[in-house]
Design a protein around this ligand. Structure first.
Ligand SMILES: *Cc1c(COP(=O)(O)O)cnc(C)c1O
Length: 409
């Protein structure tokens, strides 16, 4: 008699983006022929860098010949790519070893899978609001009680509130927690942590033998000087932090699929001296994963240096110009906005304390623009919407013109 994993029944509601799609489709049905402008989902829209495409074409050529064909590669990723990643981190003064890198099909699955190597009774701290996979993967794994509708929170998690008062970067918790998820530059709030702010978490983690899971998927979007791009720029972080990152937002690989996770050899926790967590993640990947696509890896390698890097940087600059246009436009209509400077996301306060979903509906109804309700990322996101700069420039300009013309607040 098979039974299901009952933890799935704890999940609060349908995933945020299907609900946005449902409301948008329903509105479109009632308003046929009106063009909807989408600044909602964080999905890249511009073409892949030419150097990346050339490298992937070349790999396909190699695969099409028996003499140069290759099948399964190393589960951890091809050595040449891991060495290139070591060099990439070297630019920021971070010294790592190829055996500390685990190339994957993306940061989202790694973010979900990493909890596999930790005990069920670990207490998990998450930023509120947060990228949903950190929350949902731990709910499904059984690390929480039930969802409390009143507070919008799961029993058992420790929520680190990100709000206007703390500039959307929380401090470490007062109580002892075991796993801490941090994302900087942050999705959804667009905030970025300083070295001092990260150091507070690293010091906390070392003191409490906790492990930080640091998501730096937007590190290439940091435009201002002085912000760390990797948590390993903070002294001691190699003892207490795992870092995940991805080619998705940096080089347009959202559909190609390629990411990486760093589990340092020096990483330790309560019952695991240095080396053990690295070996556990290696064991987990070798058992459950057969390696990332070799075509994607050839593309990723090209994105890390030379023309491929310059072209990837240009892609980031393109989205950041969109972010500037959105930020300016929203300010012009009188909204209070955060983010958008070191991140592709603008975190806008709703007018007159309007709930997130009400403002979502208002923007859709009157301006025909789709954004993401902040409350979908956690209770502290209530009263905000996330505006994404992923879109063609002409669409972004059109959407902002519509907001400037039609939004009455
Ligand atoms: C987009 C995004 C990722 C990237 O996920 P992939 O699976 O590599 O595409 C990771 N973390 C955050 C916070 C993101 O927004």
């Amino acid at each position: 008699m098979a039974t299901i994993n009952k933890n799935f029944e704890k999940l609060a509601s349908g995933y945020l983006f299907p609900e946005i799609a449902r409301r948008t489709a329903s509105w479109q049905k009632d308003n046929p022929g009106i063009e909807i402008m989408r600044l909602g989902i964080g999905n890249t829209t511009e073409a892949l860098p030419p150097a990346v495409c050339a490298a992937m074409h070349e790999k396909i050529e190699a695969l099409s010949e028996r003499s140069t064909y290759s099948g399964y590669g190393d589960e951890q990723g091809d050595t040449y790519l891991r060495e290139a990643l070591v060099a990439y981190y070297g630019r920021y003064g971070v010294e790592l070893d190829p055996t500390e890198f685990f190339v994957s099909d993306g940061a989202k699955s790694d973010a979900a899978n990493l909890q596999d190597i930790f005990g069920k009774d670990n207490v998990v701290a998450i930023q509120d609001p947060a990228y949903p996979v950190y929350v949902d993967s731990n709910v499904v794994a059984g690390r929480t009680g039930l969802f409390d509708k009143e507070s919008g929170r799961y029993n058992g998690f420790v929520y680190l509130k990100s709000n206007e008062e703390n500039g959307f970067i929380p401090s470490p918790p007062d109580e002892k927690v075991d796993l801490i998820y941090l994302c900087s530059p942050n999705n959804p709030t667009g905030s970025v942590a300083t070295k001092e702010q990260l150091k507070a978490f690293v010091d906390y983690a070392i003191r409490n033998k906790s492990v930080i899971i640091f998501d730096s998927a937007y590190s290439e979007y940091i435009t201002e000087e002085g912000y760390p791009r990797s948590i390993y720029e903070v002294e001691g972080a190699e003892k207490c932090a795992i870092e995940i990152n991805s080619f998705s937002k940096f080089s347009g690989f959202t559909g190609v699929r390629l990411g990486w996770t760093i589990v340092p050899k020096a990483l330790e926790c309560e019952d695991a001296p240095s080396g053990v967590l690295n070996a556990l993640w290696n064991r987990r990947q070798c058992t459950f994963f057969n390696g990332a696509s070799n075509i994607a890896q050839a593309g990723g390698f090209a994105a890390l240096s030379g023309d491929g890097y310059a072209q990837s940087r240009a892609l980031v600059d393109y989205y950041m110009e969109n972010a500037r246009i959105i930020g300016e436009g929203l300010k012009k209509v009188g909204l209070t906005v955060y983010g958008g400077v070191n991140s592709p996301y603008i975190w806008a306060k709703t007018p007159n304390n309007m709930p997130s979903w009400a403002f979502f509906d208002l923007l859709l109804d009157t301006c025909h623009v789709v954004v993401t309700p902040g409350s979908g990322f956690g209770p502290a996101g209530e009263g905000f919407v996330r505006v994404s700069s992923y879109g063609h420039r002409e669409n972004v300009i059109q959407a902002m013109a519509s907001i400037e013309e039609n939004l009455a607040i």
